[in-house]
Design a protein around this ligand. Sequence first.
Ligand SMILES: Nc1nc2c(ncn2[C@@H]2O[C@H](COP(=O)(O)OP(=O)(O)OP(=O)(O)O)[C@@H](O)[C@H]2O)c(=O)[nH]1
Ligand SMILES: [Mg+2]
Length: 409
Amino acid sequence: MVGCGSYRDAEHIQSSLLELERLANTAGVEVLDHVIQYRKTPDPAWLIGRGKVENLADQVYKEKADMVIVDRELLPGQQINLKRMLSCKVLDRTQLILDIFAMRARTREGRVQVELAQLEYLLPRLTGMGHHLSRLGGGIGTRGPGEKKLETDRRHIRRRIQYLKKDLERIRKHRDLHQSRRRKMDMTQVALVGYTNAGKSTLLNRLTGAGVPAEDRLFATLDPTSRFLVLPSEEKVILTDTVGFIRRLPHHLVASFRSTLEQVREADLLLHVVDASHPEATEQMDAAEEVLKELHSDRIPVLTVFNKIDSGCDRILTAEGESIRISALDDGDLIRLKEKMDSMLHAVNVQGSAEIPVSKGEIISCLYKEADVFQSKVVGLTMKMDFQLPLRRYERLSQEVKAFICNIY
Ligand SMILES: Nc1nc2c(ncn2[C@@H]2O[C@H](COP(=O)(O)OP(=O)(O)OP(=O)(O)O)[C@@H](O)[C@H]2O)c(=O)[nH]1
Ligand SMILES: [Mg+2]
């Protein structure tokens, strides 16, 4: 396995490489050795320096390695050059994650999403290979047989991508039907989100008896599972387990899993599960928050669940909003968690006052729509309003509206 980057990020490169090793194990690969190269800028042809590639080639030969995995996304040309020089299979982090997803997807939607992501990753790489072969083919205008085949392959892949996209649309429409039915029942939705291996499925199982596989490996869950959960207040909510996040989650995967993750956007409350016993808990929290931001779910109230406190956690971890420290294995903690969910979902009303220029009609009407306005008067060019609304609705107000709120009780 190969890590690479500037010396300033040494610590990060090492931990990322460790994570790559766990990913490789998940994919059933036995890791023989690690190599790290520190350099300011990646080599355009090889990613790592030429000398390093030569050493690596020796090592591959001596240790009879079948594969070299690079902890960076390789450019198409770099991949070809490395493969030729090392005489073995060369994979990058993205491909490895895509492979794991392909192995693990169970539902039709999951499988289609992964295949789509794989083909979209492959397409520009085929083009790269085409350039390379056409150069080998010699003179201008001549095309080697390899190039012709690639052209057919490309066309074939594009057609397959179109087909898969349509298929996904069909599957999603079907699912939306179910979901809107659920919406009509007006049930509260809670989603479990967070870094891979944080304990989301374990929590779903422990809270609802769902029986979802929970394992000590990365990306144990790919397909979202929902179960009913009855809270101490007797409210029945829908709890959904989702695919875990990881640093540098391949862009194509985020895109094709977007609709699955849309269930996250629909949620009334997010339980952001963090493995508090992990040495890199903070970095994992940040990475998960990044993905959440990318999904535009940042207006949903979040309860940060610092999990696995039974297996040791010496660092002080803090979250921006509400948080709770638990062990998913402890019954008492699960009760506290449910009580906390209850209190966040049924938080006492927030009371407040706002002063909005009368010219901002859309902001005024938005507040009227979202909140119970019990007093309002116009003073000069300003509308003064006293209102109340449930906390979870308050937290979902846009920044534009919040900017005019002057007091909150
Ligand atoms: N000690 C301890 N282990 C836990 C706790 N919660 C979960 N685990 C273990 O952590 C590992 C990962 O748990 P999962 O529930 O599969 O994690 P996940 O977040 O669903 O992971 P992905 O599906 O990969 O995203 C399993 O081996 C669990 O048994 C906990 O509170 N304490
Ligand atoms: Mg899981």
